[in-house]
Structures are given as structure tokens and as C-alpha cells.
Design a protein around this ligand. Structure first.
Ligand SMILES: CC(C)(COP(=O)(O)OP(=O)(O)OC[C@H]1O[C@@H](n2cnc3c(N)ncnc32)[C@H](O)[C@@H]1OP(=O)(O)O)[C@@H](O)C(=O)NCCC(=O)NCCS
Length: 209
């Protein structure tokens, strides 16, 4: 029985790999070490993926006209959804379902960018127009309606930045170890990001009162 279970396990893994290899060329572009679930749902020709990317189990990545761009060293938990576009909901006298893709404006399909070294938690939903910055983390179950700054951790619905992974000096040290000088963020840019996030958190706190 144990041998039979091992045989089935190996056969299923091989079948999974073979299907992945067969389907992979349908993506607009992809790099080395790209793993994805062949049972996920993808608008292949509008999705580009970098090196060393794992899209997790059963993701739904759909952009009919815009692009979903995923960088390098990105990992998704299971069942992440990315939507690169919206239906039009603004035309008076028209049923929403009757509006065709051809009637969409560029702003209806702004696409999604996931930068390098991002971790997206299980069942997160990332909506059109969002950029997830380098090194950021999206919590499980988050609904991301606004862009997430580099190295931030965003959770909840709607997703809010709860903190940054590190202070600015630690991010600078981290980037120095990983990226060439011309690709690193500057101290002033990172300072500004963290100040802005603190300010919006304060403003939200005031609004809630
Ligand atoms: C985002 C995440 C990494 C944060 O972990 P962390 O840094 O340890 O965060 P903390 O546990 O200190 O949480 C900070 C706050 O955010 C809240 N929080 C954390 N994750 C959350 C989530 N996914 N959704 C909503 N709130 C969340 C915590 O309750 C806490 O709030 P509090 O201060 O009011 O108590 C983690 O919670 C997460 O969602 N991981 C994804 C797991 C996953 O999907 N794995 C799949 C395998 S790839």
C-alpha cells in the first residue's frame, strides 16, 4: 500500500510538471525557475513573469487588456487573485454586462505590477492599478486597492500598511547586499515613504474619531 501511495504521488508530481511545461509558453514572457499551478486561471498573453517566481496553488490572474507584470524572486501563497481591469460602471442607460471590452478606456484597465522580492499571502486579492513595491509583504486575505510601498507590510480589507519590515538604515544595508548601486533606493526616498505612511496612518486615526 505504501509503495502504491508513493507511486501515485510521484506520478501526480510528474503529471503536474509536464502540464506546467506544456502550458508555460502561453505566458507573454517568463524567466528561469518559474513555478505555477497548471490548474490556476490565467489570461496568459497579458502576464509577464521574471526569474525565480512561484505563483502558489490555484491563483486567478486575469487582465483582458492591460498587463500583469511580476518581477523576480516573487512568491504567492495559495489562491491569490489579481485583477488587471474593471468593468465600466459609469454609462447611463446601459446594462453593465452589455458594455464590451472595446468600449473600455485605458483607465478601466490599468494593470498590476508586482515588484521584485514580494511575498503575497494566501487568498489576497490585488485590484487593478496597484503596484506592490520591492520587498513588500501582502498579508493573507488582504484586499489591496492602493499601491503598497517598498518593504511595507500591508494587511486587511482594504489593505493598510501596518509597518515596514525594517527602518530605513536597515533597508539600505539590505539593499547594499542584494542590488547594484544604480538599482538601490536612496535614503531620502525611503525616509519620505516611511514619513508619508506614518502621516496617512495618523490621518486615518483622526478620521476614525
Ligand atoms: C502579513 C504577515 C506576514 C504579518 O506577520 P507579522 O509581521 O508577524 O505581523 P503581526 O502578527 O505582528 O501583526 C501585526 C498586526 O497586523 C495584524 N495582521 C497580521 N496579519 C494579518 C492579516 N493577514 N490580515 C489582517 N490583519 C493581520 C495582526 O493582527 C496585528 O494587529 P494588532 O497589532 O492589532 O494585533 C502575516 O500575518 C501573514 O498574513 N502571512 C501570510 C501567511 C500566508 O499566507 N502563508 C501562505 C504560505 S506562502
Amino acid at each position: 500500500m505504501a509503495m502504491y501511495a508513493t507511486f501515485i504521488d510521484v506520478a501526480l508530481r510528474v503529471w503536474f510538471r509536464l502540464r506546467m511545461i506544456a502550458i508555460r509558453p502561453l505566458f507573454a514572457a517568463y524567466g528561469r525557475r518559474f513555478d505555477f499551478d497548471p490548474d490556476g486561471i490565467y489570461s496568459f498573453r497579458t502576464i509577464t513573469v521574471g526569474d525565480d517566481v512561484s505563483l502558489g496553488l490555484r491563483p486567478v490572474l486575469i487582465a483582458t487588456r492591460a498587463q500583469i507584470r511580476i518581477g523576480n524572486h516573487v512568491m504567492f501563497g495559495p489562491e491569490v487573485t489579481i485583477r488587471g481591469g474593471n468593468h465600466r460602471i459609469d454609462i447611463v442607460g446601459r446594462l453593465m454586462k452589455s458594455v464590451t471590452d472595446g468600449e473600455k478606456r485605458p483607465e478601466d484597465d490599468p494593470g498590476v505590477v508586482i515588484d521584485d522580492d514580494v511575498w503575497v499571502g494566501a487568498r489576497a486579492i490585488i485590484l487593478a492599478g496597484v503596484t506592490i513595491g520591492r520587498g513588500a509583504v501582502v498579508g493573507a486575505g488582504a484586499v489591496v486597492t492602493h499601491s503598497v510601498p517598498p518593504y511595507a507590510i500591508a494587511v486587511g480589507n482594504p489593505a493598510r500598511v501596518v509597518r515596514f519590515r525594517w527602518d530605513v538604515d536597515t533597508i539600505l544595508a539590505h539593499e547594499e547586499l542584494l542590488y547594484p548601486a544604480e538599482k538601490r533606493f536612496s535614503k531620502s526616498y525611503l525616509d519620505k515613504l516611511q514619513r508619508c505612511e506614518k502621516l496617512s496612518a495618523l490621518q486615518r486615526g483622526n478620521d476614525d474619531r
